[in-house]
Design a protein around this ligand. Structure first.
Ligand code: PMP
Length: 466
């Protein structure tokens, strides 16, 4: 169904009944689905269409991923063409689209990297943990470097190891205990500094704690540090400019690999192709997914610096090669679509566009939303933005969860999909935004307008007027 197709309420009812009877959905409560579900049937640009004919401005780009926007039919043609040529063969061999995609990624990274293909962001991080451990086995034979330093409130995926690396209470506690090789340190969530320090006067204490943690654990036990450069799911935490360079210096000092999670941050989202490029750092391992193919098909990757890659070279009998295989890794159809997706991003200068539209949105939000006392903080980079809601700006007490959800619901009722930061953290009171990079100024204006109205309605509700 395209934007012009007719709504089909009867077909919609059938789908809802069929789904509720047979399907389990992630994160959302089944009961809630009975009343609040979207049955998505089409999309164009930044807009999605429900089977009932309603359209929504999708200010979340799906799950932070449809970077080039919906409805790019040329990608369907590329997928069909590739499927007719050769749909699949394992990536122990080679195929044209995956080779080209590897080359594109290496070029975007400045030419010193190799790429290992997987299917999701979780797998990309998981493979990253394993690469770091295997690298340590090769390079530090007398040591036992198996630990990953990670950060509180981080989100790195849904597998057991990526959950263990993560730090989102609600998401991880149901599956405890974990094996214990992930050591957590405070994150630069500066609006609510975990160390109680004042932003700009903290001497980067949280980065320094990483060094103290490595020393306490014993450097000979630490393989890597994982950081999402700009933390997304926690409510968009942009680190101070000095933070990541300091983390990198600590990594170099202790021969610890720097693993960046660019699953959301990557592919233009923050105004540069990769978010770490804002900070002049050079990761050893990088997980990418989502924007690599704008979610048109599943593909993701673990990108490793050549110094790491070279550690995996040797005679076959030495078993230095990557000791894992993903059946769908380097899938030719997904890779072909990803190649064209990246070309489109470059042709349409979408990272630059994200910087421009992000600045426009930011200005609009700051202009309009601070008039509501419940707007605590507005932060972000490019088209990755968080608006933290509080009972009042002075006390910074978090706005009640039901009221924050009310903002999300108000926006939806008014045709705009916005997100909410991850539950179970100290930051679940933040509205998060991650629209397609093709969002127009008119759509930005709509987003600002609807959020303004949503906050106004929330304040009125708090004052008992509604
Ligand atoms: N890392 C980050 C930063 C993410 O936000 C996500 C998913 N939102 C993942 C990893 C996991 O990606 P996937 O859902 O594709 O496994």
């Amino acid at each position: 169904m395209s934007l012009t197709n007719q709504p089909d309420p009867e077909a919609r009812r059938r789908v809802v009944a069929q789904d509720l009877e047979n399907v389990m959905h992630p994160i959302v409560q089944h009961r809630a689905l009975e009343t609040s579900q979207i049955v998505v049937t089409g999309g164009q640009g930044s807009t999605i269409v429900d089977a009932d004919g309603s359209t929504y401005l999708d200010a979340m780009a799906g799950l932070w991923c449809v970077n080039i926007g919906y409805g790019r039919t040329e990608l369907a043609e590329i997928a069909a063409e590739q499927m007719q040529q050769i749909a699949y063969y394992p990536h122990t061999a080679m195929n044209l689209p995956a080779a080209r995609l590897g080359e594109q990624i290496n070029t975007l990274m400045g030419g010193d990297y190799h790429t290992y293909f997987v299917n999701s962001g979780s797998e990309a991080n998981e493979a990253g943990f394993k690469v770091a451990r295997q690298y340590a086995k090769h390079e530090f034979p007398g040591q036992f470097r198996f630990k990953t330093i990670a950060r509180h409130y981080a989100y790195h995926g849904t597998t057991l190891a990526t959950l263990a690396a993560g730090g989102m209470g609600e998401r991880k506690t149901k599956f405890e205990p974990y094996a214990g090789e992930f050591i957590h340190v405070p994150a630069p969530t500066c609006y609510r500094c975990p160390l109680g320090l004042e932003s700009g006067k903290c001497g980067m204490a949280c980065a320094k704690l990483i060094e103290a943690t490595i020393q306490a654990e014993g450097p000979q036990t630490v393989a890597e540090i994982i950081v999402e450069p700009i933390m997304s799911a926690v409510g968009v935490a942009v680190p101070p400019d000095e933070y990541l360079p300091m983390v990198e210096r600590i990594c170099r000092k202790y021969d610890v690999l720097l693993h960046v999670d660019e699953v959301i941050n990557g592919f233009g989202r923050t105004g540069k192709m990769f978010a770490h490029q804002h900070y002049g750092i050079s990761p050893d391992i990088m997980a990418i997914a989502k924007g690599i193919v704008s979610a048109y098909l599943p593909i993701a990757a673990t990108v490793v610096k050549n110094k790491v890659f070279e550690s995996f070279l040797g005679e076959v009998a030495e078993a230095r090669q990557v000791m894992q295989v993903n059946t769908y890794g380097g899938h030719p159809v997904s890779a072909a679509v990803a190649v064209r997706n990246i070309e489109i991003m470059l042709e349409e200068k979408l990272p630059e566009r994200a910087a421009t539209m992000g600045a426009y949105l930011m200005e609009g939000f700051k202009d309009r939303l601070f008039r509501h006392g419940i707007t605590g903080d507005i932060r972000g980079k490019g088209l990755l933005i968080g608006i933290e809601l509080v009972t009042d700006r002075e006390s910074k007490v978090q706005l009640d969860g039901a009221l924050v959800q009310g903002v999300v619901d108000f926006c939806k009722a008014n045709g705009v999909i916005v997100g909410r930061s991850g539950g179970g953290t100290r930051h679940s009171n933040t509205i998060v935004l991650s629209p397609p990079l093709v969002i127009t100024r008119t759509e930005c204006d709509m987003l600002i307008e609807v959020l303004d109205k949503a906050l106004e309605a929330t304040v009125a509700k708090m004052n008992g007027a509604a």
